[in-house]
Design a protein around this ligand. Structure first.
Ligand code: BEZ
Length: 211
């Protein structure tokens, strides 16, 4: 069965470009993003890994550890890292799991046999400090992911984990938020001192509360 939002994500031990990883221990108290790639030495994956390496400071600002995976050995990952540096102009600055025996891919359902029975799809698992799944995405091999969108998603997850708000369509950090419908107006009056606009009883808009 697929891992669902709210589930504790599977722990595992596997080799990586930064040595043996015990996943839950490696995550510690951080948020985590585990993302898979179909294969080493493939063009779209090369651009994705370069983009994630460039965004590493943004993930760090948000207390998020990033870790990639493909079903190839560490020796291939290391050689590929050289290509990433050469073509994307950035060092691979986060671990890449070498899942040649598919330990992790099988636990996380990253291989979708009707798409390809040996390579992983482009999975993304966003994990909270409680080791529970907060969000996941699945893209086919042919479409590179938008990691700016993944950062935006992290911003929303971290905000809504702490404040009783939800984020509307196309929201980005700094935009107005929506007060969760389960809160009464009286409770909202207390929790949102900056005030809110009551467009409908269920649609109440307030400035982002943590700014
Ligand atoms: C790629 O990363 O470029 C790729 C990998 C597998 C199939 C198609 C494209």
């Amino acid at each position: 069965m697929a891992i669902q939002i709210g589930d504790t994500v599977p722990d595992f031990e596997q080799d990586s470009t930064e040595g043996r990883i015990r996943f839950h221990e490696w995550l510690g108290d951080s948020w985590g993003i585990l993302f898979s790639h179909p294969k080493d030495f493939t063009p779209v994956c090369t651009t994705e890994l370069g983009a994630v390496a460039r965004l590493k400071p943004e993930f760090e600002k948000r207390n998020v550890k990033v870790i990639g995976l493909s079903v190839d050995p560490v020796s291939d990952h290391r050689a590929w890292a050289g290509d990433i540096k050469e073509t994307q102009g950035v060092e691979l600055n986060f671990p890449l799991i070498a899942d040649a025996d598919r330990t992790v891919s099988d636990k996380y359902g990253m291989i979708h046999p009707n798409a390809d029975d040996t390579l992983t799809v482009r999975s993304v698992f966003i994990i909270g400090p409680d080791k529970k799944l907060k969000a996941s995405l699945t893209y086919p091999a042919s479409t590179g992911r938008n990691f700016d969108e993944i950062l935006r998603l992290v911003d929303s997850l971290q905000l809504t984990a702490v404040h009783k708000v939800a984020t509307p369509v196309n929201w980005k950090h700094g935009d107005d938020c929506i007060i969760v419908p389960s809160l009464s107006d009286e409770e909202a009056d207390k929790l949102f001192p900056k005030g809110y606009k009551r467009i409908k009883p269920y649609l109440r808009v307030t400035p982002q509360p943590n700014l």
